[in-house]
Design a protein. Structure first.
Length: 471
């Protein structure tokens, strides 16, 4: 796989109440970009990110699912790599959601267009605020009976205030939902239900023209508000041209003055391309974060800070580890600065110990594939998400957030809920930094294209004990 420059990477957490369609949405996005040959479905156990046997059986996400979509929005030559972090919505697994959301630079908060904002919607909103990441709402299930754009917007306004602003309008309702009006470009994007997720771009239907104009003006007003130069232009011209509206929307979203609202039917693959282009055009790249930092080991409390930049020395942030009796420790991490080379020996700040990083691979659900940089000296940079098999303990943390995640994870180990009685928490019986062992419960095949035979993870003794506790 191509090494992407930092400006062409988006790290996006997919969060929301349970059952709002997050995992289905990720599968639709992957099918739309051609990463999968057919549209994976949660209901059929064929989604990309719910690949664990438990997840397939329960038809719900239990832990972090990683995938990536390579997408070039119209009018942009180069592709952008969108790393998708599919996170559980069930309150039982919400600690997992929070611990991995830390690695995202922006979030899509998925809403059921029939129910509006729900309990977990507020919870994940608070996490986004805590981690200071921009966000957008996705009204999903738009094809559902009694789904309503108007009621969903009212619900979002009631709970989150007026910053929720539609950047799209639905075309057709409930079973007839078949596209969106793009309120930035002022065009209709028409989709074929169950199709390839790519729209035909047409003029706005006459019956929607007035509503679209009104919603467009509202959007323009909200974008201009809080930006003096745009406000001046707005007063002068009475509107903003698209070339100013897009960067204006981007700035407003990054400053969290606006939370854009988009809409989809994940199951029918409607709205997918529009959503991907929005993420590429509006969401920030990792380099737009000011700095990454951590408190140095050794108890002195000195803070080490680094710019999120390729030219800086290498630093990584591990946001999840899996352990498997056969495949060894699998480490999900984010490159925060510098360029990582395969077989690099790094220093684990928390343990002041050297770590050898081997078998750097990219993650697509349960598929692990070698990146082009393989074992040669050419490294992978760009603040990307990758996984590696490290022989020793998981490398630790370089920024405050990681430090925070570590503390949260170690809490989990000692929490009474982890005694094995909880439905799913028994899946995480050990401290993360000792190697969480959901791998023990994962019989799924990790395929490696790094020159090794595909591997099947099998159940370890921990898994059997945990399963005993579950039943
Ligand atoms: N009709 C319809 N069904 C949908 C849509 N999106 C998801 N579903 C169905 O809703 C169910 C739940 O979808 P998931 O993608 O697992 O929901 P989730 O938000 O990932 O759920 P958790 O992982 O438990 O938080 C599945 O059966 C999907 O097929 C949609 O837009 N329309
Ligand atoms: Mg899910």
């Amino acid at each position: 796989m191509k090494a992407y420059a930092t400006k062409d990477i988006r790290n996006v957490g997919i969060v929301g109440h349970g059952g709002t369609g997050k995992t289905q949405l990720v599968s639709s996005l992957l099918f739309t970009v051609g990463a999968t040959q057919r549209l994976g479905k949660v209901a059929e156990g064929s989604s990309t990110t719910d690949w664990d046997e438990e997840e397939i059986g329960r038809k719900m996400s239990i832990q972090t699912g990683l995938a990536y979509a390579e997408w070039a929005p119209p009018g942009r030559g180069d592709k952008v790599k969108i790393n998708l972090i599919d996170l559980p919505g069930s309150i039982t697994f919400i600690n997992e959601t929070k611990a991995s959301l830390v690695a995202a630079d922006a979030a899509l908060i998925v809403i059921d267009a029939h129910s509006g904002a729900q309990v977990t919607t507020e919870r994940v909103w608070d996490y986004c605020t805590e981690f200071d990441i921009p966000r957008a709402f996705v009204l999903n299930w738009m094809d559902r009976e009694l789904s309503s754009f108007r009621r969903s917007m009212e619900s979002l306004h009631d709970v989150f205030g007026r910053s929720a602003v539609a950047v799209q309008l639905p075309i057709g309702e409930e079973k007839d939902f078949h596209g969106v009006v793009d309120l930035v470009a002022m065009k209709a994007n028409l989709y074929k239900p169950g199709g390839d997720g790519k729209p035909s771009i047409e003029e706005i239907p006459a019956d929607l023209a007035a509503a679209a104009q009104e919603a467009h003006e509202k959007l323009v007003e909200m974008v201009a508000e809080g930006d003096d130069a745009l406000m001046e232009e707005f007063f002068e011209k009475g509107t903003l041209p698209v070339e100013d509206l897009v960067p204006g929307l981007r700035r407003a979203a990054l400053e969290k003055r606006i939370v854009p609202v988009l809409m989809t039917s994940a199951l029918l693959n409607i709205g997918s391309a529009s959503l991907l282009s929005f993420v590429a055009d509006v969401f920030p790249h990792p380099g737009e974060r000011v700095a990454a930092g951590t408190t140095q080991a050794g108890g002195k409390g000195d803070r080490a800070e680094r710019k999120v930049d390729d030219a800086q020395p290498l630093s990584l942030f591990v946001f999840k580890t899996l352990a498997d009796p056969f495949a060894g420790r699998i480490t999900y991490y984010k490159v925060m600065s510098g360029v990582l080379k395969n077989d690099a020996t790094l220093t684990n700040l928390n343990h002041s110990a050297p770590e050898r990083f081997q078998h750097i691979q990219v993650v697509q659900g349960k598929q692990l594939s070698g990146n082009n940089h393989g074992r040669d000296a050419r490294g992978q940079g760009g603040h990307d998400f990758l996984q590696a098999r490290a022989h020793s303990r998981a490398i630790d943390h370089i920024c405050d957030r990681a430090e925070d995640a570590r503390r949260r994870r170690s809490h989990r180990g000692g929490h009474p809920q982890n005694s094995g009685r909880g439905r799913g928490l028994a899946l995480f019986p050990r401290r993360a930094d000792q190697g969480i062992s959901p791998g023990g419960l994962r019989p799924a095949a990790y395929r490696s294209s790094c020159g090794e035979a595909p591997q099947t993870l099998s159940r370890g003794p921990d898994a059997q004990a945990a399963e005993g506790a579950l039943s």
